[in-house]
Ligand binder design. Structure first.
Ligand code: ADP
Ligand code: MG
Length: 476
């Protein structure tokens, strides 16, 4: 399964791992020179080399949005530069970091497949069309369908309040934060839906909702086409501006700057701003201080991790909406097993419901076990990098601290490489993430470790057995 492969023509494969890293470094340098510093830092810096398989290079990006964008805008360039470096490379496969070890149909749906209601929220009669500023709103994300419980009641109440009377002092900006899948986007869409039914002065309230990624994409595009003024005016003409997943702007200094000015202009003009992020303003390191200060000066509300009770309520609400009778025991089972993320909880339930509909069968604990076998397995086996480091250190009789030390003696470096290799295999952490756990090493070092260990396993049966043993111990 390739997503977004770009083909170039040429001859068969060659593998040479050390050379590969060097080639990649040169490809990056050429890309940087070609597209310029700003674009490079914005779009291409995060491209990481995942490996080579035959005549195909795989590179990875952290999000689907970036993947699609890089593929569309730079795919050919990357492929061409690769081929110039290494004529044996025939394809460049641009993909996203595989997500945690859950089943594919539990992953976040592709935006395109989400039932979308477009542009309903925009379009005040006299103003320019704003469809560009309104990402499709998910019809399911309304206040009605949001289940309220202790962990989210405060955030919910704030969102309600903003939807009822936008730009009330004390509630502007509204800053919603919390972990993945706890309902931030849901609440933002709910505010947007609610506001779309209201009027302000002559026309409907105009709401601009977009992810921070999209904001950046629009901004860079405006820079490119020298239409930043239009973009600014367009943004500043809305009544409510919502930016989802603000953490994405970390490190994107130009975009942050632009956002800061837009933000100020809107607040000064008495417009409402709603922001979401994965952390509180004070914990979002990497944001400019003045922006952080302004973000925190309205209402800051967090969505806490769900409780068992809330998960049960959510499941009950969703099952009843789907019109399927799910035994309480099965709901409890799900709520106990899947604790981190409502999206995954929902995914598991959807799967059960689909199964029940398909086979027209009553849902039981047996069917739940059967249908969710792979999901539950992924939940059972959640190995952390720390565990891996501990196991591997024990096994090779070295101190755990050596995993992060700078020492390069073989008897230390090899176990460290094995641990990096296992971290890549057994966790869904990205290469840079893994590197950080090993004394802040670069992702290319991790990549090298991964390929080196793979290579050694092919050459040395005893070593391979060792690594396999470690893997089995960690998996069990
Ligand atoms: P976030 O933006 O915080 O990552 P989302 O808003 O996308 O999370 O929520 C993930 C999924 O979980 C969505 O389908 C959403 O409808 C659902 N969800 C989260 N919290 C609740 C809740 N309290 N009630 C109903 N559904 C919820
Ligand atoms: Mg979200």
């Amino acid at each position: 399964m390739r997503d977004g492969g770009v083909a170039v023509s040429s001859s068969p494969a060659r593998r040479d791992d050390a050379a590969l890293n060097e080639q990649w470094a040169r490809v990056r340098a050429r890309l940087q020179a070609e597209v310029g510093e700003v674009e490079y830092r914005t779009w291409l810096k995060q491209v990481a080399l995942a490996g080579v398989n035959g005549d195909e290079v795989t590179v990875i990006l952290p999000t689907r949005f970036l993947r699609d964008w890089v593929n569309k805008e730079y795919g050919e360039l990357i492929a061409a530069f690769w081929q110039a470096e290494n004529p044996d490379i025939r394809h460049v496969d641009i993909r996203t970091q595989p997500s945690r070890g859950t089943a594919p149909n539990l992953a976040e749906p592709e935006p395109a497949s989400v039932p979308a209601a477009t542009a309903t929220v925009a379009a005040a009669t006299s103003a320019p069309p704003r469809s560009e500023l309104v990402a499709p709103l998910d019809q399911r994300f309304t206040f009605d369908t949001f289940v309220v419980g202790k962990p989210n009641e405060f955030a919910y109440a704030c969102a309600r309040r903003v939807a009822e009377s936008p730009a009330t002092p004390g509630f502007n900006p509204l800053f919603l934060y919390g972990g993945v899948g706890l309902g931030k986007t849901h609440l933002m869409h709910a505010i947007a839906w609610e506001l779309s039914t209201r009027r302000q002065g002559a026309g409907p309230v105009s709401v601009a909702y977009m992810s921070a990624e999209k904001f950046m994409y629009r901004f860079i595009n405006a820079l490119r086409s020298q239409s930043t003024l239009e973009f600014k005016n367009e943004l500043r003409s809305v009544d409510v501006l919502m930016i989802d997943d603000l953490q994405f702007l970390i490190g994107k200094d130009n975009t942050q700057e632009e956002f800061f000015h837009t933000f100020n202009a809107l607040v000064d003009a008495g417009k409402q701003i709603v922001i979401s992020a994965d952390k509180s303003p004070s914990d979002l390191s990497g944001l400019e201080d003045r922006l952080r200060t302004r973000l925190g000066c309205g209402m800051v509300a967090d969505l806490h991790a769900t409780t068992f009770e809330l998960r049960i309520s959510i499941l009950e609400a969703k099952a009843s909406r789907a019109g399927v009778d799910v035994p309480a025991k099965v709901l409890e089972f799900l709520a106990r097993k899947i604790t981190s993320n409502v999206r995954e909880l929902e995914g598991a339930l959807n799967r059960l419901v689909a199964h029940a509909n398909l086979f027209d069968r009553q849902l039981t604990m047996e069917t739940a076990h059967e249908v969710l076998h792979d999901v539950l397995k992924a939940y059972d086996r959640k190995v952390t990098i720390q565990e891996i480091q501990k196991r591997v250190s024990d096994h090779y009789n070295i101190r755990v601290a050596e995993m992060s030390s700078a020492r390069r003696a073989r008897n230390i470096a090899r176990p460290r490489q094995v641990a990096m290799y296992l971290a890549k295999q057994l966790t869904s952490k990205s290469l840079p993430d893994i590197g950080r756990h090993f004394g802040d090493r670069d992702h290319t070092t991790v990549m090298h470790a991964v390929s080196r260990v793979g290579e050694l396993m092919g050459q040395d049966a005893a070593f391979a057995e060792d690594v396999e043993l470690l893997r089995r111990m960690l998996e069990s």
